[in-house]
Design a protein around this ligand. Sequence first.
Ligand SMILES: NC(=O)C1=CN([C@@H]2O[C@H](COP(=O)(O)OP(=O)(O)OC[C@H]3O[C@@H](n4cnc5c(N)ncnc54)[C@H](OP(=O)(O)O)[C@@H]3O)[C@@H](O)[C@H]2O)C=CC1
Ligand SMILES: O=C(O)C1=N[C@H](C(=O)O)C[C@H](O)C1
Length: 270
Amino acid sequence: MSTATVGIGLHGALGRMGIRLIQLIAEDPRVRLVAAIDREAHPKLGQDAGELAGIGRLDVPIEPLSALEKRQGVDVVIDFSHPSASLELATVCARNGIALVVGTTGFDPEQRKALEAASATIPILLSPNMSRAVNLLMRLVGEASAALAGVADIEIVERHHHLKKDSPSGTALKLAEIAAKASGADHLVHGREGLVGERKPGEIGVHAVRSGDCPGEHTVSFGLLGETLELSHRALNRDGFVRGAIDSARFLAGKPAGWYSMANVLDFAQ
Ligand SMILES: NC(=O)C1=CN([C@@H]2O[C@H](COP(=O)(O)OP(=O)(O)OC[C@H]3O[C@@H](n4cnc5c(N)ncnc54)[C@H](OP(=O)(O)O)[C@@H]3O)[C@@H](O)[C@H]2O)C=CC1
Ligand SMILES: O=C(O)C1=N[C@H](C(=O)O)C[C@H](O)C1
């Protein structure tokens, strides 16, 4: 990781992740907030990011994406917004040679391909979950899925706040992908309803719960005969995601163009 202070631009700056990023970046001497971007015509455009985050004036105004083209000193943009907005952002970052950390989830395959294409020009790190502990969970799920291949029923349950837009979560889909690869079971079943019959051997069940202000929980259960193994992560707040995003931005600053993941940031990740 670089030892110089990394200039950060935030995209989705007024969202739940964006506001906590403004607060924790201000506490971290290794990074500085240079630009705070939110959607065109947002009623809070022009207001100070620090004042909106409740930490006092930072002299960083909330601006639309077009302002990023003119802002000096942005080494890396951290994006927690919405898939369509992330694609437009990637185009602007590619045009201006700015590295991009994408935490947004819910990309369809075409959108994902477009992001990958932009990584020919700039470094892009994409992860549906920036938390250190969740990335360890991913590794453990891979190990358990391989060890219990063919003998355990794998089911994934995720729980998130009722304002979440995509279902199932990006993390649940990634956990399913890891479990499928390691176990050979590769038929995803999203919820069950009605007379669906007995569970088929190659299924991985994925279930999304939406509940109150829950910041994010994921459980992968391995059902055997007479016993169940469950691997769970429970976020108590958003700080684990935010700290992982800051670590990712510090990692990505100055890297060559290419496609990166949390495995490049954390030495144990998938
Ligand atoms: N990878 C990870 O570790 C994590 C990923 N996430 C993901 O990050 C994303 C954001 O989550 P969260 O912060 O809770 O969501 P929020 O809805 O609270 O924040 C998203 C922000 O992006 C803004 N936005 C929407 N469209 C645009 C646009 N076109 N241009 C610029 N800004 C735009 C929203 O504005 P408005 O409200 O006006 O629409 C809002 O301010 C989700 O996809 C979520 O799943 C979340 C936590 C951790
Ligand atoms: O929307 C959220 O809040 C979260 N989304 C991510 C996902 O979809 O996996 C990660 C985290 O659980 C919080």
